[in-house]
Design a protein. Structure first.
Length: 148
């Protein structure tokens, strides 16, 4: 496929988030605050993908994400690809991976946990698909978490 045959228009500078599971595309956009941006954002869903079946793709002009924003993204859509674009060319590709600790992103599902009863940030340790609360040691599956 040549550049002129792209399904979604190219951007001059910014970030392309690729290989998002189609069902998670709008959640990713919401999580990253893309609906509040003043720069162009293109959101596409249900593109064919050998990697994930149907995929979503998001192109964000003039925006480069922080490590904290990328950590948030990893909770709902791990293993997506971030392409950093400068002058219409991909200058860097990053695979989003879930960090070993997730801080202030996920709610603990234990109603008695101190993080649900005191004004304090949550902290989870990540092992595979299981998040363990640092404070009450309650485990939860990463695919079933509630975001803060």
């Amino acid at each position: 496929m040549t550049k002129k045959e792209r399904l979604v228009a190219a951007i001059e500078h910014g970030t392309v988030i690729d290989h998002i599971p189609a069902s998670k595309t709008y959640q990713v956009a919401q999580l990253l605050g893309l609906f509040d941006l003043k720069t162009p954002v293109t959101i596409g869903i249900n593109y064919p993908s050998q990697k994930v079946g149907n995929k979503g793709i998001i192109k964000v002009s003039d925006k480069f994400f922080t490590d904290d924003e990328i950590s948030r993204l990893s909770v709902v859509a791990p293993n997506v690809i971030l392409n950093i674009i400068r002058d219409y060319e991909v200058v860097e590709k990053k695979t989003v991976v879930t960090p070993e600790e997730i801080r202030g992103i996920v709610k603990c599902n234990n109603p008695k946990c101190i993080t649900n009863n005191e004004p304090m940030q949550t902290l989870f340790h990540v092992k595979g698909n299981i998040l363990t609360c640092h404070y009450c040691e309650k485990e939860q599956d990463i695919s079933r978490v509630e975001l803060l």
